[in-house]
Design a protein around this ligand. Structure first.
Ligand code: BTN
Length: 257
């Protein structure tokens, strides 16, 4: 069971995680925080679930996770509307936060995969799903959902990208409370950085993305495009160099060609 006291002692944030909800089971932490009717409006509210019955992944996929051993959580952002203009880069801040924590706490080398996966030894340990509610074209509330495979031993099923857990890569059980607190501490600093100068955040993200400069294929539903992963633009979109031009890619799954 997740020990909230041990988590709280290590949390150094001003607002993220200061309102903390812990549940044994829920459909999806993202769905829950996204619905205004549930009455949670405090900026930085975090909900952590031990089990999701309808965990959501990107592009309508499901996110499967063994109960009680991983981190399944969502963060509500309601206040800072300036951040909402850079919603895409909030994804970057989140994947960077996970990557920095994993490297600092466990000395495991991570690799960021556009737009927001975190890999260890070429396998996925974390996925991020950002969702928002808009009114009159303006984002009202934004939910950042993060799933991390922490202490899961084995993975069954077919996956878009081969999964692994921190425990599998390290060979020992990981303290979930310490990891979550560290990620939230990093995330708050990175969101601050994003507000001040987004180019610094993008640079940091790029330094951890080893696919940059390589020949890649981008798959989006039925379409497939290949080219050189040329760069990331100021909004976090991928720039793909094809034979004739540099094309801006908004969505897709990237793989090495
Ligand atoms: C992906 O890689 O496809 C994104 C996965 C995001 C999973 C997390 S788990 C917590 C939060 N609640 C959800 O339903 N999804 C996100």
């Amino acid at each position: 069971m997740f020990n909230i006291e041990n988590f709280d002692i290590k949390l150094n944030t001003e607002f993220i995680g200061r309102n903390f909800i812990y549940v044994e089971e829920i459909d999806s932490t993202n769905t829950y925080l996204l619905a205004k009717e549930n009455g949670h409006n405090i900026n930085g509210t975090v909900i952590l679930a031990e089990k999701q019955t309808q965990g959501k992944g990107r592009k309508g996929r499901s996110w499967y996770s063994a109960p009680d051993v991983n981190l399944l959580f969502s963060i509500l952002l309601t206040k800072d509307k300036s951040l909402f203009n850079n919603a895409n880069l909030i994804n970057f801040a989140a994947s960077l936060a996970v990557s920095i924590s994993v490297e600092n706490l466990y000395q495991l080398k991570t690799d960021l995969k556009w737009p927001n996966d975190v890999l260890v030894n070429g396998k996925k340990i974390s996925g991020i799903l950002i969702e928002a509610v808009s009114q009159s074209g303006k984002i009202e509330r934004l939910v950042l959902g993060i799933g991390i495979n922490v202490n899961q031993n084995s993975f069954q099923g077919s996956f878009n990208y081969l999964p692994t857990s921190l425990k599998n890569e390290l060979g020992k059980t990981v303290d979930r409370e310490k990891l979550l607190a560290d990620i939230l501490n990093n995330l708050e600093l990175l969101l601050e950085k994003l507000k001040k100068d987004k180019s610094v955040l993008i640079e940091e993200w790029k330094q951890r993305c080893r696919m940059l400069g390589n020949r890649i294929t981008i798959t989006d539903n039925e379409t497939e495009k290949s080219g050189i992963f040329y760069d990331i633009d100021e909004n976090g979109f991928l720039l793909l160099q094809t034979k004739d031009e540099i094309e801006k890619i908004h969505f897709g799954d990237v793989s090495l060609y």
